[in-house]
Design a protein around this ligand. Structure first.
Ligand code: TXE
Length: 496
């Protein structure tokens, strides 16, 4: 980037061993935003070897907790300093609006602050084994070398959910951002170096998953793989990792229901529900793993609710993420827009009723970018692939229900289980429904919010393992039981 070199291996910046480069496209206008070094499989192997050596022979895994926490805080300080530069890179790379990118960088900072605090207070557990001569305790140790593979929709944020707990735990790692959006992670790696991350502890390779995947995952030198991306890629990685019995955590997206009961009334409850359903699905043009893409609305209010939604969706200002007037940006690439368009065509052929959107914007100023209009399909049902498959674009499908048990059944009728929303003014009903839904995060009368202190992850094909919160740290730790006899005696079992 800006002349590179862009690969960071064993504490030094390098060009690709085979001289490979990749053009990074700005989806707002199709221009080349940067040219970056593209790692070869040998580069990826060198990165794993550097992380292995830093773990086996380096000081980081045994660095006192206070020093690790201080490093995380220094990283957070630098993120605050560089917030605007990082946000601009994120917008250039993903197309998301600049205000969204700024929020992302704030959230990245919060993750580092959170794990700095958490690691500082994590304590060993003393176990009473009923023998005063035995000191028994359970301690946490770093799991080892981690491969951290991130997607393109929240490039730095998703990577931070992995890097911060990995560093806090004392692990060493190889980061692989999406080849579509590596820019913020390259800049972040320079920031890690400045903060004083020891050589070899964090390594960076970028390039296509198909090319680098095997070098990063089909190896006994890696102890843990944390992956966020699509289901088929996650499954392939898990299959390869199983050959080496490598632990894997997967976050694979979702097809998230947003259930709206008629008891929301017609006043503020209604307006707030319409607003959150709209934001929940169309923010970042639907390229959000937890997007509320399935509206499941009570039949008695469905026509009016969908009409209000459609009226507001039609007013969403699609535009360049750098343009303060734009409320949502383009899709991340031409290829991704083609996928979204094929889903819209599929929805029409499946018999869903197109209520709004369903095309590219007509504004000539947007012709060079990969934009797509917010799209709503009414009269959908579970036989349609548009309802069951993750489209990862600005597409809302509408299903209707007549009673609470049907709403729950529909909400759980998915192969995924990442997130869900419920809207009701009946508190007891709200509690019943959120407990019955089999999803990793459930919002009641809200949608989309999260915090570094609470776990994030999915049921079903949304993956396994958790990020954020204490469980997000535990992923990067081994648990060891130490049994210490301070007054050794014979075991006395065998008499001879
Ligand atoms: O993801 P991939 P893609 C979903 C969304 C989207 C679909 C495909 O539905 O349309 O996935 O997106 C790396 N070994 N999500 O194709 O391929 C790849 O380089 C190791 C949901 O972009 O899964 C990138 O860094 N790594 C998701 C990362 O995996 C490999 C966010 C994700 O890419 C690899 C994004 C391999 N064999 C898409 N192949 C979410 N959960 O939020 C690819 N990669």
């Amino acid at each position: 980037m800006d002349g590179g070199p862009d690969l960071y291996i064993g504490g030094s910046w390098r060009r690709a061993g085979d001289g490979g480069t990749r053009e990074i496209v700005n989806p707002a206008d199709g221009s080349v935003a940067a040219t970056v070094d593209e790692a070869s499989p040998d580069d990826a192997r060198a990165a794993v070897a550097a992380a292995r050596q830093a773990f086996d022979d380096g000081a980081w895994p045994a660095t006192p907790v206070a020093e690790r926490a201080a490093l995380l805080d220094r990283i957070a300080d630098l993120l605050v300093r560089d917030k605007e530069d990082l946000a601009l890179l994120e917008t250039r790379d993903t197309g998301k609006t600049l205000p969204e990118s700024r929020i992302d960088i704030d959230d990245v900072t919060s993750v580092f602050r959170y794990y700095a605090r958490l690691i500082a207070v994590q304590s060993d557990r003393v176990v009473d084994v009923g023998d005063p001569t035995v000191v028994s305790r359970v301690v946490h140790e770093p799991i080892g070398v981690c491969v951290l593979i991130a997607p393109w929709n929240y490039p730095l944020l998703q990577m931070s959910w992995k890097v911060a707990p990995a560093l806090a735990a004392g692990c060493t790692m190889v980061m692989k951002p999406s080849e579509v959006t590596p820019l913020s992670t390259i800049a972040f790696t320079r920031l890690l170096e400045e903060a004083g991350v020891p050589a070899g502890v964090v390594n960076l390779v970028q390039g296509s998953g198909a090319t680098l995947g095997s070098a990063l995952t089909d190896t006994p030198d890696v102890d843990f793989i944390s992956f966020t991306g699509g289901v088929s890629t996650g499954r392939a990685i898990a299959e390869v990792a199983a050959r080496h019995v490598t632990k894997v955590a997967l976050e694979l997206g979702g097809k998230n229901p947003h259930i709206v009961f008629a008891d929301i009334g017609t006043g503020d409850g209604w307006d707030s529900a319409v607003d959150h359903v709209l934001t929940g699905v169309f923010l970042h043009s639907g390229q959000v793993c937890s997007a509320g893409t399935r509206l499941i609305v009570e039949e008695s209010i469905a026509d009016d609710f969908v009409a209000d939604l459609a009226a507001r969706a039609a007013k969403i200002r699609v535009g360049d993420g750098m343009d303060p007037a734009g409320e949502t940006g383009p899709l991340v690439s031409e290829q991704h827009r083609a996928k979204v368009e094929s889903y819209v065509a599929l929805g029409i052929s499946e018999g869903a009723r197109l209520v709004c959107g369903g095309s590219r914007p007509s504004d000539p100023a947007l012709a060079k970018g990969s934009y797509y209009l917010p799209t709503i399909f009414d009269r959908c049902d579970r036989s349609m692939r548009i309802v069951t498959e993750e489209t990862f674009g600005p597409i809302l499908t509408v299903e209707r229900f007549t009673d609470e048990s049907e709403a729950i059944r529909l909400g759980n009728d998915t192969q995924y289980g990442l997130a869900a929303g419920v809207r009701t003014s009946d508190t007891a009903r709200g509690e019943r429904v959120v407990r019955a839904l089999r999803h990793g995060t459930v919002w009641l009368n809200d949608f989309g919010y999260y915090t570094a202190a609470a776990e994030w992850g999915g049921y079903g094909k949304s993956g396994n393992g958790r990020e954020l919160g204490p469980a997000g740290l535990a992923e990067y730790q081994e648990t060891k039981h130490i049994w210490h006899n301070v007054a050794p005696q014979k075991a006395g079992w065998f008499k001879g």
